[in-house]
Design a protein around this ligand. Sequence first.
Ligand code: HEC
Length: 349
Amino acid sequence: MKNPAHALFLLFALPISAGEPITYDNLPLGSESKPLLLSTYMPDPGLDEAYFAHHGKSAKSPKYNPGTGKDIPGEYDPIKGLPASLGVSFGPALSYAFDTVECRIAYAWQGGFLDMYPYWGDPVRGSRQSYDYVPQLVGILFHKANPMSEIFVDGKRLTDLDHPKFVGYNLENGTPAFLFSRGGHEFKLKVTPNTKTPLSFSFTLSSPDKIAITYDTPNGDRTTNTLTRTVTGTALGNFQGFPRDMKIKEASVANGRKLFDGLGCSACHSVDGSLGHGPSLAGLYGSKRPIEGTQELVHADEAYILESIKNPGAKTAKGFPPNYMPPYILKDLEYQSLVLYIKSVAKGQ
Ligand code: HEC
């Protein structure tokens, strides 16, 4: 198989379980009861060089020529992402990347999953022209693995134990549990979302041996060979997937909804009143808005909504962090569509 991307396609096409069928155009998302697992190159959201201890530096992927839409024969680029990874989505509450080379959770994020578009590409003459081989993240990154694991096994740091070896995974009630060995021990790692504190995940490590598995300290009770952790994080980055031309030809509520999801607004804003990283936009239009640093209420009219999208730093909605929402540079029809959509959700459509 010359092109590794072809091999990957088969895996992409066989999701373990999915809420809805994955198409070229949607953003795949799992749920807590039906997690979605994709075997894929995962993007690297800025992991420390030292994290990649066992990733071969020579791993390469064919070099892509955007002009012809084909690989350049004989030319190779270093792979931009994490090969041999598994992306798991529990829905907007939690997604994480399990790296089968390091046998670790590489990172975790919220508010979305993956945008496969750069891999699947655009339709061209009955086929598809892809952009590169790595899907892009959608949502808010809140956890990145440190090069040195915080987990200690029998007094030794997990990342100091000899070669990690991925064995496979089981589905336990639909939730993947990863099996691997390291330093002569066998481990099982399972992530289950914690609904009470959404920005957290917990995992369990188990081994048939009588060894202590501890966190942040080398010492522990040798009869405990299970560790459960909840890792809370803060926002480390905001990812909006692959920028694409949504070919908006008219300003409409329907186009606004498409943009709202496609641009990743929905990663931070609900339209049903529930709280996310940003205020819910339900009922916003026409309301009086408290603003940080002033007692004055601002009328949330079209101009206010437009300003909030073009220049979020101008006024910060009370109770929310400043400079958190990225500014969006869009076409006029796109701004107008978003405003129409936000106006429509105020009426509870
Ligand atoms: C990374 C998270 C994030 C993303 C993505 C995001 N926003 Fe925001 N947004 C915020 C936060 C936080 C605030 C409140 C602070 C402020 O006013 O800047 C906000 C404020 C707003 C407001 C004003 C709300 C109010 O109650 O006054 C509007 C309107 C808005 N965003 C629309 C959008 C649209 C449309 C998009 C997509 C094009 C978008 N946002 C993407 C985080 C985000």
